[in-house]
Ligand binder design. Structure first.
Ligand SMILES: [Zn+2]
Length: 610
């Protein structure tokens, strides 16, 4: 039977050895083969990273495993399926958040065995000592030195010997290289070999508690990418040593902690903080570590990308605007910015904003090819892009996509006309305008509506009070005229503008709503369309109920109370009897879509790693 053949290929007992007896694993099970008995996508991370949890069985035991993102292609290509036999090439036994997890960096899928049913009756793996802080037991993690491609450089048992920091610095001292993907707070002694894919500027802060500075680098190897930050002394020591694009050995002690997802666009769960003792050494061998990896979206396809997604983009630089300074509403700090226009062979153009020193130091000539990693998609002007501070820019990169664009541009791109996304702005009250969702406190904090210009925002709030006096006015019935009409006392209503009298007016809402959220309260004005949504009937109907002293009128107001809605608003300075005040006008409202709202909140909570 085919499954007997498959069963004979699997190495029973290997999972126990990996976690409980790594030395025996190296001698007795040099080529671990397991069966994949379950594959589950994990709920998407805050940054949209895709993760798969896999259960592996060696027929005796099963264990939860996490597929490194670099191995996701086995799932995309439908190579790894439930039932598949896999040969483990690079892996790391880890204790993540108190759970024992096998992190799988690289595998071979033994496709010739198909996908047999679960073989044997595997039991959950027991740890030798559940209380013990399981030290990471690296598998075949010595860089490229795994069997298959190249012979291992050292006998397998020696892989566990860990080089000391104090030893002479040579590449031999870096024999035990960890893949970035395998770093965790439980990995005590490690060295990574990684390329700096991005280096930040030095940032300083001044607070009551003191002042300081920091910088960060993104580090990349073939297993993944991680952010590392250096504060104060480490900032002085290491800032000049790191160069974007160069490869370094970085060795513990160096703090590994949960990533603050709100400050990074990397898919790693962890990040590093350089320690006084952290060793950083430029690698003699600058090859063999991947260059910055791009996952380009073409410009036409931006239309299908959701707002706030982080993407990579490459294009021909069509226009370069001058540097502009803007003052942030939330921090009152000035920012330098520059707008670029990019085009590509999808015949679309898009605007991309760069910030800070990247903006002031920008000196690429129009018609250069530029690639951006880590640009945020906004729906301003249909679709536009903003380079994140963690993002990076490459000028005329030596990659196939750049050569292809060069060829296209030189042959016919130069004379093309390009479509922009602004023509396709989504409909709706705000017409595709950037319309940040804010809490009520933030609306006040940012002084919205206090300046010359009009500000726009959305807020999710609950109606707590509706003014019942003057909730509607009598309006002209003429097509397109909403002017107030005057009761002439003779049973007619006169419109000054149209210069006619109507036998009755049409009542239209002009409501004042008091809305609250967890941060404060706000008075909103709304017109007829929003009033109908709030009250669930026309102003004419409500006025009729009120005029006939029908208790249904009071009930309608009660029912409208406590409704939670998403309000699109405009904040503008208003002069009324020499008094200046900000008026918040609702331009559109919609009931809360609880499914969407819950998903948004779940994403937000994830950013805090609670
Ligand atoms: Zn009129």
């Amino acid at each position: 039977m085919a499954s007997d053949l498959a069963a004979s290929k699997i190495t029973p007992g290997v999972l126990d050895a990996i976690f409980n007896d790594p030395e025996r694993r190296a001698t007795d099970f040099p080529v671990p083969v397991c069966q994949c008995v379950q594959i589950k996508p994990l709920a998407s991370q805050g940054n949209g990273a895709e993760r798969y949890r896999v259960v592996l069985s060696d027929t005796k035991n099963f264990v939860q495993s996490m597929l490194a993102t670099g191995a996701n292609h086995f799932i995309h290509d439908q190579k790894l399926k439930k039932g598949s036999l896999v040969r483990l090439k690079q892996f790391q036994a880890n204790a993540l958040k108190g759970k024992k997890i096998l992190v799988i960096m690289d595998i071979d899928v033994l496709e010739e065995f198909g996908e047999p049913e679960k073989i044997g009756d595997p039991q959950a793996l027991k740890m030798k000592d559940e209380e013990e802080d399981v030290k990471p037991a690296p598998g075949a993690v010595s860089g490229a030195g795994f069997y298959g491609n190249k012979p291992a450089q050292q006998p397998a048992a020696a892989e566990r010997s860990i080089p000391t920091r104090t030893g002479p610095s040579s590449s031999a001292a870096h024999g035990n290289i960890y893949p970035i993907e395998a770093l965790s707070p439980y990995a005590h002694k490690w060295t990574i070999k990684a390329r700096v894919s991005n280096k930040s500027e030095i940032r300083t802060w001044h607070k009551q508690s003191g002042e300081g500075k920091l910088f960060s680098v993104n580090l990349l190897d073939e297993s993944g990418e991680i952010k590392a930050t250096g504060f104060n002394e480490q900032c002085d020591q290491l800032y000049d040593l790191f160069q974007e694009g160069s490869v370094y050995y970085i060795s513990s002690p160096c703090r590994v902690q949960l990533a603050k997802k709100q400050f990074t666009n990397l898919p790693n769960d962890y990040e590093l903080t350089f320690d006084r003792e952290t060793q950083v050494e430029k690698a003699e061998d600058q090859e063999n570590v991947p260059q910055v990896r791009f996952n380009f979206t073409n410009i036409a396809n931006l239309q299908t990308v959701e707002k706030d997604t982080t993407i990579d983009i490459i294009g021909v630089l069509k226009e370069v605007a001058d540097v502009n300074q803007i003052v942030s509403k939330s921090t009152s700090k000035p920012y330098d910015k520059r707008e670029l226009t990019l085009v590509d062979d999808s015949d679309f153009s898009v605007r991309l904003t760069i910030w800070g020193k990247t903006a002031t130091a920008f000196d690429a000539q129009p018609e250069s090819i530029v690639a951006f990693k880590g640009a945020k998609v906004s729906d301003f002007g249909g679709r536009s892009l903003s380079l994140l501070s963690s993002g990076s820019m490459s000028l005329d990169p030596d990659i196939p996509e750049a050569h292809k664009l060069r060829g296209w541009y030189d042959t016919h791109g130069r004379s093309n006309t390009f479509a922009s996304h602004s023509g396709m702005a989504s409909a709706g009250a705000a017409g595709g305008r950037q319309d940040p969702v804010m809490s009520i406190a933030k609306v006040y904090e940012d002084n919205l509506g206090m300046s010359e210009s009009t500000d726009y925002f959305s807020t999710k709030a609950t109606i707590v009070y509706i003014k019942q006096e003057n909730f509607a006015y009598p309006a002209c019935l003429s097509e397109g005229c909403n002017k107030k009409v005057t009761d002439m006392g003779d049973g007619t209503w006169r419109c000054e503008k149209c210069d006619i009298s109507h036998p009755k007016p049409e009542y239209r809402y002009i409501m004042s709503l008091n809305v609250n959220d967890h941060t404060g309260q706000l008075w909103l004005s709304c017109f007829d369309d929003v009033g109908r949504l709030v009250m669930g009937m026309s102003a004419d109907q409500l006025m009729a109920l009120k005029d006939s002293d029908d208790p249904a009128a009071g009930r309608a107001f009660e029912e409208a109370n406590c409704k939670t809605m998403l309000f699109k608003c405009r904040a503008k300075m208003d002069s009324f009897q020499d008094q200046q005040r900000v008026r918040y006008q609702v331009t559109g409202a919609s009931p809360v879509n609880y499914t969407n709202e819950a998903q948004k909140l779940a994403e937000l909570i994830k950013l805090y790693n609670i």
